[in-house]
Design a protein around this ligand. Structure first.
Ligand code: ADP
Length: 452
């Protein structure tokens, strides 16, 4: 086992990783930007090193600074968390060449799944269902029009390096396609440094259902069940839960087996997530694999009792995965609400600022993962996450009532947050019945406007 790990991240996930390391008896090295000097991860780690200025490009994405910090601190491994460098195969390779273990899959798996167009091809080869789409990159407007005609509208244009919903645009006709295509290319170039995009049929009213995977370096791969992440805004998750109210045990088994097949196709090692869209006929399609820890991993931990971060570290240290598929049992139900500093009534615009008053929920069946404290300033430089509230219950109805109770205890002043929005969502009959699609939030806002 490692004796010292550097955490190349910030915020709640850095805190989460430090906690796992503390329990495993591993020393931690935090890195931070100037803006984060008073952050909780800096205080909690065994030691901390400033790696640069506030913009991520100068700190959390600054590979030379992070590698230098790792060498100075003499760590054996780096945990990349999520976002930033977590899915950068170049970073994984550099770690390896410096004899520092990258806590994640082999660089080749990151590369294969990180390019969504290549990931689609790889999945097709092993008969994992993918959404009908272009064969690979669509480079000009004529080709885009031709592909859209073949697929039939609506279509979605996606960045091959995609993530965070960036470079993703939906088009309903030829007229809209060209502007959507050009905007997607420009967004992709700005976000990922490459304008490469591809086209997919836009699935109407889908659900987002993903499977948590764990694999060791000896080829043993299991899944820890699914998470339903259908409640989204701007194609980004807001509420995640398990089990999914949309699938039965037969479909769960089939999707789980397919997820393992997808992971095996890239010799997957570590924790990863295979994401599917489920259409209204219960057909499911691979959309991507995230080769890292996910924001929503705690809901899986709540129902399986598996500490996914500890498993990541043990796998990276070369240990054999002790879990077998038939021994993994899902008990009860869990849900996560992402509490962000943003204004739902203003197209979810980020609203950073200082937290003057803070009361976080607690009590039976509640877990809160956060890095904030009273007086903490949510910085405009990074994402707007304040906290994740995770609730557990014997069944979905109980989880909803535990979560409602937890949300009603939560006070984060004077920032605009998503707390009240979550309370509203949890009270809507369609949500309570579990019958909805990814358009739930848009529909909710439209209905609210009509009533006004
Ligand atoms: P990103 O990596 O940018 O988050 P994903 O490919 O994971 O992008 O997709 C994010 C979300 O976008 C999905 O959960 C879904 O809501 C929507 N989406 C993606 N592809 C399609 C599609 N072909 N049809 C309908 N919705 C889609």
């Amino acid at each position: 086992m490692f004796s010292r790990i550097l955490i190349a991240n910030r915020g709640e996930i850095a805190v989460r990783i430090i906690r796992a390391c503390q329990e495993l008896g591993i020393q931690t090295v935090a890195v931070y930007s100037k803006a984060d000097k008073d952050s909780r991860h800096v205080k909690m780690a065994t030691s901390a090193i400033c790696i640069g200025d506030n913009p991520s490009s100068e700190s959390y994405l600054n590979i030379p600074a992070i590698i230098s910090a790792a060498e100075i601190a003499d760590v054996e491994a780096i945990h990349p968390g999520y976002g930033f460098l977590a899915e950068n195969p170049h970073f994984a390779e550099i770690c390896e060449s410096c004899q520092i273990k990258f806590i994640g899959p082999q660089p080749e798996s990151v590369r294969l799944m990180g390019d969504k167009a290549i990931a689609r091809e790889t999945m097709q080869k092993v008969n994992v269902p993918i959404i009908p789409g272009s064969k690979s990159i669509v480079s000009d407007q004529q080709e885009a029009l031709k592909t859209a005609k073949r697929l039939g509208y609506p279509v979605i244009i996606k960045a091959k390096a995609g993530g965070g919903g960036k470079g993703m645009k939906v088009a309903h006709n030829d007229g809209k396609l060209i502007s959507a295509f050009l905007t997607a290319q420009a967004e992709a170039e700005a976000a990922f440094g490459s304008p490469d995009v591809y086209l997919e049929k836009y699935i109407k009213e889908p659900r987002h259902v993903e499977f948590q995977i764990l694999g060791d370096r000896y080829g043993h791969i299991v899944h820890l069940g699914e998470r339903d992440c259908t409640i989204q805004r701007r194609h980004q998750k807001l509420i995640e839960e398990t089990p999914s109210p949309a699938i039965d045990s037969r479909l769960r088994r089939k999707m789980g087996e397919t997820a393992i097949k997808a992971a095996k196709a890239v010799n997957y090692e570590g924790a990863g997530t295979v994401e599917f869209l489920l259409d209204t006929d219960n057909k499911f399609y691979f959309i991507e694999m995230n080769t890292r820890i996910q924001v929503e991993h705690p809901v899986t931990e709540m129902v399986t009792g598996v500490d996914i971060i500890k498993e990541q570290i043990k796998i990276a240290a070369g240990e054999k995965l002790k879990l077998s598929q038939d021994k993994i049992k899902v008990r009860g139900a869990a849900m996560e609400c992402r509490i962000n500093a943003e204004d739902p009534d203003n197209n979810f615009r980020p609203c950073p600022g200082k937290i003057e008053q803070l009361i976080l929920p607690g009590g039976n069946n509640i877990r809160v993962d956060t890095h904030v404290y009273p007086g903490y300033v949510i910085s405009p430089y990074y994402d707007s996450m304040i906290a994740k509230i995770i609730a557990y219950g014997r069944n979905r109805a109980e989880v909803i009532s535990v979560m409602q109770r937890a949300l009603s205890e939560t006070v984060i002043e004077p920032l605009k947050t998503t707390v009240a929005l979550h309370q509203r969502i949890l009270g809507i009959p369609k949500f309570i019945r579990g019958k909805y699609s990814t358009s739930f939030i848009d529909t909710m806002f439209e209905e609210h406007k009509k009533k006004k």
